[in-house]
Design a protein around this ligand. Structure first.
Ligand SMILES: [Cu+2]
Length: 117
């Protein structure tokens, strides 16, 4: 499974200058899994190896916005939970998020899954 956790490009230059000594979250696990085909999406979870303050998260279906309700607030967490608002239609979904890592680095990532009939 490819790791879609990435650090924003603008901060890479800072890290190269040696200012990014402390660690930020380097791995994440998603539910549904990236690339999975599922028949039900009761919730969307993101697990991080270091606490992440998830600032924004969005769900799209075939490029159109789909409503998502956050269960987790904006405190730093190692597990973030959100739920689809209402029933989801079958289709190709993408979750995109932005957050702030424990070391202050802005992070972003995305993952995709297919909801089958
Ligand atoms: Cu960092």
């Amino acid at each position: 499974m490819r790791n879609t956790l990435t650090i924003l490009a603008a901060t890479i230059a800072l890290a190269a200058l040696g200012t990014g000594a402390s660690a930020h979250s380097k791995s994440s696990t998603f539910t549904p899994e990236d690339g999975a085909t599922v028949t039900d999406v009761p919730e969307i979870t993101m697990q991080f190896d270091d606490p992440m303050r998830v600032i924004s998260v969005g769900l799209t279906r075939d490029g159109e916005d789909a409503a998502l309700e956050r269960e987790t607030g904006t405190d730093p967490v190692t597990e973030f939970v959100a739920r689809p608002a209402g029933d989801l239609a079958p289709g190709a979904y993408t979750v995109e998020w932005r957050g702030m890592s424990a070391d202050g680095h802005p992070m972003q990532g995305s993952f995709s899954f297919t909801l089958a009939q």
